[in-house]
Design a protein around this ligand. Structure first.
Ligand code: DGY
Length: 318
């Protein structure tokens, strides 16, 4: 079936659709989540589809890309792109965009929030008051001071830098571990992740997800962080060996963890839910009205830029 406008395959809704120009201005939009037989729709429209809109957590794999011979651009709502076969798309000449920068502040805010909540036992404190334990025999345990402590950042990209800026406000001493040392940043670099963990009081994971960082934070790193140490993860669950994390927390080898991401979302291991030294969030780092709006706008801006110039605005580098 051919249409006057090119077709855009949208895998899931974009929030705040009132805020940006509708994608239907330029495209015949296929809203796949509304289709009862999505496979049949893709098969029927495969030759028409030139743009695909997805998000950071929706698998956009080679099998789907290969079904769309005229696909020219994939525009993702989110900064992480481990769910997209970017290399495969780029090898076929398809541009891939994400939504960098607009979420840096909110993700960094949540990293500090999780660190504070874990160190100062905020989740546990909330449960204690709600259970009417305040004033009873069970005294509330002491927390851990955050200011003036040592913070290790794993992944000093744009979000890692925003975390470092905030941590400086808490007078923390900061070091980082990266794929490579940054020449443009005046912070001490640790080539060994276990070395960084052994030095740090708190370790915040802000690196990319995907195969290159799978289980980067393993049993050895957690043990190096130690029984007083706190791990915060706002990147991807796959970066941390979750089984080793549960064992370390339950066995007292790690002091605590503030987590926004998990290995098989939305599954959170039951063992984590029973531990008082863990603060658990449901992958909400970018989930504020302002940021989700800005992200959705940037997706539409990328689609429009592609239409106007043949190039997306914020391409994922090869
Ligand atoms: C991102 O943008 O990668 C977030 O993790 C998804 O919410």
């Amino acid at each position: 079936m051919s249409t006057a406008k090119p077709a855009l395959l949208q895998l899931l809704p974009l929030p705040f659709s009132d805020a940006h120009p509708p994608l239907a201005t330029h495209f015949d939009v296929i809203e796949l989540w509304k289709e009862s037989e999505p496979d049949a729709v893709i098969a029927a429209r495969s030759n028409d589809i030139t743009v695909l809109v997805t998000n950071a957590m929706t698998p956009t794999r080679a099998e789907l890309i290969d079904r769309l011979p005229n696909l020219r651009a994939i525009c993702s709502n989110g900064v992480g792109y481990d769910a997209i076969d970017v290399k495969h798309a780029q090898q076929k000449g398809i541009q891939v965009s994400n939504t960098p920068d607009v979420l840096n502040d909110c993700v960094a805010d949540l990293a500090l929030g999780l660190l504070l909540a874990t160190a100062r036992r905020l989740g546990q404190a909330d449960r204690y008051v709600r259970a009417n334990q305040w004033g009873g025999d069970a005294k509330f345990p002491l927390g851990v001071k955050v200011s003036h402590k040592k913070l290790g950042i794993v992944g000093l990209g744009r979000i890692g830098m925003a975390i470092a800026q905030r941590a400086a406000g808490f007078n923390m001493e900061i070091r980082y571990h990266n794929r490579r040392q940054r020449s443009d940043v005046d912070l001490p670099y640790e080539a060994s992740l276990a070395g960084l963990a052994a030095w740090a009081d708190f370790l915040v994971i802000a690196t990319v997800g995907g195969a290159s960082t799978h289980h980067l934070v393993d049993r050895q790193v957690l043990q190096a962080l130690g029984p007083e140490g706190i791990l915060v993860n706002i990147s991807r669950g796959s970066v941390v060996d979750e089984k080793a994390l549960v064992d370390a927390l339950a066995g007292g080898e790690l002091g605590g963890a503030g987590l926004d991401v998990y290995e098989s979302e939305p599954h959170v291991p039951d063992a984590l839910k029973t531990l008082d030294n863990v603060v658990i969030a449901p992958h909400i780092a970018s989930a504020t009205t302002e940021t989700r709006r800005a992200m959705a706008d940037l997706v539409v801006d990328n689609v429009e830029a592609y239409m106007a110039t043949g190039k997306v605005l914020t391409p994922i580098p090869p």
